[in-house]
Design a protein around this ligand. Structure first.
Ligand code: SF4
Length: 230
């Protein structure tokens, strides 16, 4: 910040409301919650091993909503102010709307990561949605619920996971086709790790002139071969 700029009051307010924690203990800002451990889709690039019951994809086990509610309340005193709900597919959780409401009523910021094949019509508009449109190389593009596009707003995000040039062209075509209905904030193009070189994708994005962001899975680049940084 230059001396001429006004002080960052947001930062000051955040500091003022920081929880009273022992020295050296950082506040817990956000939860990343896996609402279900599986999905009823089977995208080729996905790390989730699909499970089946009687030949049908099994959505897996769900987090106990009461347990989650208690954990989130307990974490408030540690500084928690945001929860990102993901999976598997979080929209398969039957009480997902109650969970949204419960968190929003407690003034948490709520983010939802969804594959885009379950309807978002009834999702509380205060929830920040991050939705995929499945590209052809996923093998699941025929499950996209295109009506969901109209339920995204300027605070939400749309993501395409790109596996090859055909996916890229398809994604560009979709953006053009839904241009009027697309009120979304950011659009991300994310390369399939180990398949789609991100340098190529970056070049294609630049030459397309589209206002989209290249999204990389940083942990896979910085810490290849392990689940998370250490
Ligand atoms: S929708 Fe998401 S969680 Fe489900 S299989 Fe596809 S990538 Fe995996």
């Amino acid at each position: 910040m230059s001396p001429c700029e006004p002080p960052d009051t947001t930062a000051t307010q955040k500091e003022a409301s920081a929880p009273d924690l022992p020295e050296g203990v950082p506040p817990l800002r956000s939860f990343y919650i896996y609402l279900s451990d599986s999905c009823n889709m089977r995208c080729r690039h996905c790390w989730i091993e699909p499970q089946f019951i009687k030949g049908k994809p099994d959505p897996g086990h769900f987090v106990d909503p009461d347990l989650l509610h208690d954990a989130v309340l307990e974490a408030k005193s540690l500084g928690l102010h945001a929860a990102k709900l993901t999976g598997g597919e979080p929209m398969l959780q039957s009480s997902v709307h109650e969970l949204f409401r419960g968190l929003l009523e407690k003034d948490y910021e709520v983010l939802l990561e969804t594959g885009g094949h379950k309807s978002l019509k009834d999702v509380d508009p205060r929830v920040h949605k991050i939705m995929d449109l499945k590209c052809p190389s996923s093998g699941m593009d025929n499950h996209n619920d295109y009506k969901n596009i109209r339920y995204l707003n300027s605070g939400d995000e749309l993501k395409f996971v790109i596996g090859d040039r055909a996916d890229f062209d398809w994604a560009c075509d979709m953006i053009g086709r839904y241009e009027e209905a697309l009120q979304v904030g950011d659009i991300h193009f994310s390369p399939v790790h180990g398949k789609m070189p991100f340098e190529d994708l970056a070049r294609w994005i630049l030459s397309s002139g589209l206002s989209v962001r290249l999204q990389l899975q940083m942990h896979k680049i910085i810490w290849p071969g392990i689940d998370r940084g250490r």
